[in-house]
Design a protein around this ligand. Structure first.
Ligand code: GLC
Ligand code: GLC
Length: 823
């Protein structure tokens, strides 16, 4: 069944009942302050780094689920009726409920006994805060006297310490309260120059900052004593658990409405201006509130909050105008035109750090992940993609290998995870090539970028690409295929790990430096991105590089042809003993998705039918109603020589789960063969909008992709997990926009190359590209799957060039009309 519906005009998903099968969340924030926000107002917020600078506390893996948020409690003083209008944490019975998740904002609206409540939550474009505009409306015929209590729980900044180091934490919490402003200043007296403020633009009847005083002994968030009493305790937290709660008394005449603006902000002072009044023995220091006052001043009225929200709406309207789709298939149109791009922005911002499945503590920005995330984002804000590329490249080592992750605050490589994922370097070429194709900015290649974050050994970005290109060539194994190292794209295929120790990291342990285990996937990635490296050399007068690079690619393809083909599909790898993985000879794991899709994407086997055979084998052995599983048969037992992939129960994650990230690789590969119907089928199977009716099984949000859907061997086949932060977002956007709808940036312009189901009669796309707008309509009354018969550009026929139908770069700020006829 469905738990809501899409509202395409508003670009919102409307959740119509609060008890969704899992919290369905949204992200607030676009730049450096972010909030995770569930359909019942759960979640938390942070400034820049979800681990180090977390403002509010959230309890992962808690029962009941989704505890911690920005809560409002209402109490009708007439009968003492108490409820939470966002449903949680009291699971209150509501006469009406709706949550609208939009682009960077969410709105919860509900009603009980004639009192309507609405909460609009967002992070303004240019400020480090969450704004929650709350409106109470008396829909009854009599006056109402309502007590409203706000509630947030402060995190003591470092989210990891916050949930582990209680011997310290219970002694360090400090706050200040001034009027309606609650300041959280734990650790401000020592090495932090920042504090949080939680404020409302109305006088309060009382406040609380001590959790126990507010809740009462042994009470949960669902039964706060202060609320039942109708009276705050005016508590000042000293150690233990600091919270922020305002008590507002609202007298509402029949029909009357009142709006309140709550702000939760991050404030920072220069080291020498931290204090308004320094501490003296016997009294604590008073923090300098200048930044807080400035912030609160900006949002002191409901109109100011509305204006900031309007600016945010305008920002998103403009971003999403860069690529729009109009088609009969509304599910595809809304995903490609709205939600997929929105998710791409979120994955670009978050990498794999903070979601309802990623705790915000463990992982930094991934080298390979961030390079891929760029793909779905570069057309939205190319300048930020540029900056990201330079940050990533600075964590590369002088030999071309790379830190697998870097930390967002320091931008330095993460020593705990280290290096040795031998696919990493190639993704940099991929990211840079995508950026140049989008922007035409070859200047980025001349930027001086450090190696290993060391300015003393900086070189041009081009030098980085060259190191990337040759890394797998210089680190090849016995069959001339790239050595896999700790793992390739598949983090869980750990061929040099041989772990027997529980809890040991599969990815960072190498107990057996074989120098033998090889990856066919890395070879295929090389063959896919290599030609872009060559093109870049040609186009920037680096002709001396060309022939050596071409030879290296040819040699790589040759190695795949000689040692990477298994008869009906491509092999996946050779293990540390030189044994085949992903072969008919194997008992389990006979066929894998990655090497097959990527080899075809790279064009390997196109000339002799092997490409077609490989994709047919993928369909035959790996396909399911919910997408294509990663491998078959699933590993039944733990294989010490394969690592984590065999540690998962059959059907989950990398062990034969539907790992959505690489399904679009099959889609793209199918378009290489011109099989539009099959390409579209693989697209729709993992596309959440097509599974909206199936929400009880799928459980995750119907508006965003999930990393994994349980595979056919799993107990809950079809159930999704790990929504939001996944490479699936960028890759599906590439597959639908560039390869199915076929509007693809190339070095010389915008290539038109659709590959669609024969039943799709046409569609329209607008694409902003290098300073001009292209209004493209595609006519497929011929019922073709691939192939363009004619293109009219601004009324004149266009000629197809060597590389197909390429729309030229205009850069004139104008709109250009393009009519494409397939057939
Ligand atoms: C996760 C990782 C990604 C990896 C994938 C497959 O999504 O973030 O880097 O490629 O899993 O293991
Ligand atoms: C785990 C996950 C895998 C992920 C990896 C990243 O192994 O199963 O999907 O890519 O962690 O560290």
């Amino acid at each position: 069944m469905q738990y809501g519906h899409f509202d395409d005009d508003a670009r919102e998903y409307v959740i119509t009942r609060p008890d969704t099968p899992y919290p369905w969340i949204n992200y607030l924030g676009c730049n450096d302050f972010y909030g995770l926000f569930s359909n019942t107002s759960g979640g938390y917020c942070f400034y820049r780094d979800a681990r180090m600078l977390r403002l509010t506390r959230y309890r992962y893996n808690n029962v009941p689920t989704d505890v911690g948020g920005r809560y409002f409690y209402l109490r009708d003083s007439k009968d003492g009726d108490v409820w939470t209008p966002s449903w949680m944490p009291m699971k209150s019975k509501l006469d009406r409920y709706e949550c609208r998740h939009g682009m960077g904002y969410s709105r919860i609206a509900s009603a009980r006994n004639g009192l309507a409540f609405s909460q609009t939550s967002f992070v303004p474009l240019d400020d480090k805060c969450e704004v929650h505009k709350v409106t109470l409306t008396n829909e009854s015929n009599a006056e109402k006297n309502i007590d409203m209590f706000s509630f947030i729980e402060f995190c003591l900044w470092n989210a990891n310490d916050d949930m582990t180091n209680f011997q310290r934490n219970f002694s360090i919490g400090e706050v200040e309260v001034h009027g309606s402003n609650i300041y959280h200043k734990t650790e401000y007296r020592e090495r932090r120059n920042h504090y949080a403020v939680w404020a409302v633009n109305e006088p309060v009847a009382g406040f609380d900052t001590d959790r126990q005083a507010f809740l009462g002994l042994y009470n949960g968030f669902d039964s706060p004593q202060a609320v039942f009493d109708g009276k705050s305790k005016n508590s000042i937290a000293s150690g233990w658990a600091p919270i922020g709660s305002h008590h507002i008394n609202a007298k509402l005449k029949a029909g009357e409405s009142k709006a309140y603006v709550f702000v939760l902000g991050f404030c920072e002072n220069p080291e020498d201006q931290k204090w308004e009044k320094p501490a003296v023995l016997g009294s604590a220091g008073v923090i300098n509130k200048k930044p807080a006052n400035e912030l609160l001043e900006k949002y002191s009225t409901a109109e100011a909050a509305d204006k900031a929200l309007a600016a945010l709406n305008e920002y998103w309207k403009n971003l999403l105008s860069k690529f729009t789709v109009d088609a009969e298939d509304k599910k595809m149109a809304r995903m490609a035109g709205i939600w997929n791009q929105y998710q791409c922005m979120v994955t670009f911002n978050m990498s794999r750090s903070a979601s309802y499945f990623e705790s915000g503590i463990g992982r930094g920005m991934g080298f390979r992940d961030s390079n891929q995330d760029l793909l779905g984002f570069v057309h939205l804000i190319p300048e930020r993609a540029r900056e990201r590329i330079l940050d990533i490249a600075a964590t590369q080592f002088p030999d071309g290998s790379a830190y697998h992750q870097y930390q967002p605050l320091t931008k330095r490589g993460n020593n705990d995870i280290g290096s040795g994922f031998n696919d990493d370097p190639l993704w940099l070429i991929f990211g840079v090539a995508s950026y140049i194709k989008e922007t035409g900015d070859y200047g980025i290649l001349d930027e001086k970028v450090p190696f290993d974050n060391n300015e003393a050994i900086a070189d041009t970005l081009f030098a980085h690409l060259k190191k990337s290109f040759y890394y797998p060539v210089l680190n090849a194994g016995p069959h001339g295929l790239p050595l896999i190292g700790r793992a390739d794209w598949n983090d869980c295929l750990n061929l040099n790990c041989f772990s027997k120790t529980p809890g040991e990291s599969f990815q960072t342990t190498a107990n057996y430096e074989s120098g033998i285990a090889e990856s066919i996937l890395i070879a295929a990635i090389h063959a896919f991105v290599g030609p872009d490296f060559v093109e870049i050399c040609k186009r920037t007068d680096r002709n001396e590089e060309v022939s050596a690079a071409e030879k290296a690619i040819a040699k790589m393809i040759d190695a795949v042809n000689k040692h990477g083909w298994d008869g009906d599909w491509f092999l996946r790898a050779y293990d540390a003993h030189g044994k085949k993985i992903g072969s008919k000879e194997c008992e389990d794991g006979k066929i894998y998705i990655e090497s097959n899709s990527f080899s075809v994407m790279a064009g390997i086997g196109l000339e002799d039918g092997r490409a077609e055979k490989a994709l047919d084998s993928v369909k035959e052995h790996l396909d399911s109603p919910y997408g294509i599983v990663l491998l078959q048969p699933a590993y039944k037992d733990y294989h010490i020589e394969l690592g984590e992939v065999s540690s998962y129960p059959p059907g989950y994650k990398e062990n034969a789960g539907i790992f959505c990230h690489n399904n679009p690789w099959v889609t793209i590969a199918e378009t290489k063969l011109g099989r539009g119907t099959r390409a579209f089928e693989t697209y729709t199977k993992i596309c959440p909008a097509y599974r909206e009716d199936d929400s009880d099984l799928r459980r995750m949000e119907p508006y965003v992709y999930a990393q994994m859907v349980a595979g056919k061997d799993a107990v809950n086949h079809g159930e999704a997990k790990n929504s939001w932060l996944t490479g699936t977002a960028a890759w599906t956007f590439v597959s639908i926009s560039q390869y199915i709808l076929g509007v693809r940036p190339v070095f010389d312009g915008l290539l038109i190359d659709p590959c669609i189901p024969s039943s799709m009669k046409g569609y329209a796309v607008t694409r902003h590209f290098r300073g001009a707008d292209y209004h493209i309509t595609v006519d497929n009354s011929a019922g073709a799957e691939k192939g363009v018969k004619s293109v009219m550009l601004d009324g004149d026929p266009l000629k197809a060039g060597e590389s197909g139908w390429v729309l030229p770069v205009f850069g004139d700020g104008k709109a250009h009309q393009v009519v494409v006829v397939m057939g």
